[in-house]
Design a protein. Sequence first.
Length: 190
Amino acid sequence: MDIRSDEPTKLTRDCQVVAVPAGHTLMLPQGTEVMITQSLGGSYTLLVPSYGGLFRLSDRDADAIGREKRSAGESGGGPSHAEALTGEGLEREVWQTLKTCYDPEIPVNIVDLGLIYDMHIDQLADGARVDVKMTLTAQGCGMGTSIAADARNKILALPGVVEADVQVVWEPPWTPEKISPEGRVLLGIH
């Protein structure tokens, strides 16, 4: 669900956030005034005037902005059990997790936008390594680092995943034809 709030709110505790589009993390202190600009895929995009920009807040910190954490299925945090996933089960969960990743400016997930070019899982001695190759809608888009970091962090949260790498690639170039039928409906493209 996309939740916007024109009313500023103050963080009720210190929270780690990810800068949009830069992708670096920082700690916002309790009492920082924020406005929720978007809520998609298990994270919130916050406008933080005192820090001069947009930041992503994970669903695990939703209480700090007066929201309830969503269920695992709704937020894309993977299965609620801690049992390590393998094989087809892990592959299915990685794809479901990638569907919870959004460009903060486009209300369609990166899978349905056609931005995921490749996903590969290798089984290691202590768990799985997931490698993803994705692109962006335009080479000049500054959101790549932020979106890739969001995808990587969500994949690493899956039970059984010990390594993850999400790389932004430019070949082949993205075109609107790569958008899924579901994405086309959401964007109003026929």
